[in-house]
Ligand binder design. Structure first.
Ligand SMILES: Cc1cc2nc3c(=O)[nH]c(=O)nc-3n(C[C@H](O)[C@H](O)[C@H](O)COP(=O)(O)O)c2cc1C
Length: 337
């Protein structure tokens, strides 16, 4: 699997998720088996680039290559400038967001709203490709199947984007109108794959190893994009061997989480880091015996040191009861809608 000239480790992609897929989280996904992880979207608004939020999003220190940054906006020249800005800060791939349904983004005519204005979408693609080409940086596109059920224009837009120089397209199998509701469909993804020569990535509701194999087969997609990081390990194993992976050891999960937390505090600092880490800890623990009680207790902890110690102790106590992770409903991942 390649994006332009860049060879990827495998065909399992972590989906970009605002407020979730920061650099430490992307590293965790890669550690668990993702071959590729896209950043949270970065605005094309220059006045926000120096804000703490955006500058953290553009910090790639120590990130495993390839570094891919998603940009969002509505103005071709601003998007080209945002692409160049992020390439200067280490981006090796630029991804254009035409998939986000959030009102905050769509009201400004960005995200999936761009699918409604194909000439503007193509103008943005051309401008971003022109800004990235001199640096040898491929540009990719993430879109939905269309604006609404009666306007599924993913195939037309993918063809136009390919002609304009896009190196890969990821299709979330929902329309803008669906938001995150209903079920993702894959027929449109399959139609896009038939229509273009560039790699196509299927996304939406891939929540088990079996589903991963089914979606790859049904769409002919070159890769799958997943918003549930804890299943990368299981999916990678299943696609390789055809067999269910054994559950990880409690000690391994503890190491993954403790390392993730350390990385998270280094990026976000103590005050914001301890607070935003709570959701990551909660996703990991939910559904596990005693997880809910621990979550409630943990919300009162205010320092990095105490938080990491409490997590480590909790996992040590769990390991005393069972060396392997007990089965937990994976309603624990951020993308369970
Ligand atoms: C909390 C959250 C934030 C998201 N943020 C973005 C984003 O910044 N850019 C984007 O293209 N998609 C974003 N998405 C959409 C996901 O990338 C993905 O397309 C969607 O969750 C469907 O895949 P899944 O069923 O595997 O979760 C977000 C989704 C969630 C749940």
């Amino acid at each position: 699997m390649r994006i332009g000239h860049i060879q990827l480790a495998n065909r399992l992609f972590a989906a970009p998720m605002a407020g979730v897929t920061d650099r430490p989280f992307r590293q965790l996904c890669k550690r668990l088996g993702a071959g590729y992880a896209v950043s949270e979207m970065v605005t094309s608004r220059k006045d926000l680039w120096t804000s703490l939020k955006t500058s953290r999003r553009a910090d790639h220190e120590g990130e495993t290559a390839p570094i891919s940054v998603q940009i969002a906006g509505t103005d071709a020249a601003m998007m080209a400038e945002a692409a160049a800005y992020n390439v200067d800060r280490g981006a090796q791939i630029i991804d254009i967001n035409m998939g986000c349904p959030a009102k905050k983004v769509c009201n400004k005519w960005a995200g999936s709203a761009l699918m409604k204005d194909e000439p503007l979408a193509v103008e943005i693609v051309e401008a971003v490709v022109a800004a990235c080409a001199p640096h040898g940086v491929p540009v990719t596109l993430k879109m939905r199947t269309g604006w609404c059920a009666s306007e599924k224009n993913a195939v037309r837009l993918a063809r136009a984007a390919e002609s304009a120089g896009i190196a890969m397209v990821a299709v979330h199998g929902r329309t803008r109108e669906q938001g995150y509701g209903g079920m993702a469909e894959y027929d449109t993804v399959a139609a896009v794959k038939q229509a273009v020569r560039i790699p196509v990535v299927a996304n939406g509701d891939i929540d088990t190893p079996q589903k991963a194999r089914e979606v790859l087969a049904a769409t002919g997609a070159d890769a799958i994009m997943i918003g549930r990081p804890w299943i990368f390990r299981e999916i990678a194993h299943f696609l390789e061997t055809g067999e269910q992976a054994p559950p990880p050891s409690v000690a391994d999960v503890k190491t993954w989480l403790v390392d993730h937390l350390g990385d998270h505090y280094r990026l976000h600092g103590e005050y914001a880091g301890v607070r935003s880490a709570r959701k990551h800890i909660g996703w990991t623990l939910r559904g596990l015996p005693g997880g809910e009680e621990f979550r409630a207790r943990m919300n009162a902890i205010e320092t990095c040191e105490a938080q990491i110690e409490a997590v480590a102790d909790w996992f040590d106590a769990l390991a005393d009861r069972s060396p392997l992770m007990p089965a937990a409903p994976r309603a624990a991942d951020p993308a369970i809608h």
